[in-house]
Design a protein around this ligand. Structure first.
Ligand SMILES: [Zn+2]
Length: 76
């Protein structure tokens, strides 16, 4: 399958770190996706999207409390 974004790359399945933004929080979530080897565009499956929604809900309702791996800094 060819990438519809750059039209040059080939899309292959693999694991990517999807980024969820919840307010000022960023969640890095490893999910299965088809990734373009040229531009890096990720195509998520319906299952992956569902998984990301589940993670978002679990985070908001504090069912999960993942460790922090970085900080967001605001320059004023
Ligand atoms: Zn591409």
């Amino acid at each position: 399958m060819h990438c519809v974004i750059c039209k040059r790359g080939t899309v292959k399945s693999g694991t990517v770190q999807a980024e969820l933004r919840i307010g000022t929080d960023h969640l890095m979530v490893p999910v299965e996706a088809d990734v373009c080897d040229e531009c890096g565009e990720a195509y998520y499956s319906t299952e992956a999207m569902r998984h990301l929604e589940q993670v978002r809900e679990n985070f908001l309702s504090k069912v999960i409390a993942p460790p922090s791996v970085g900080h967001v800094y605001q320059i004023s």
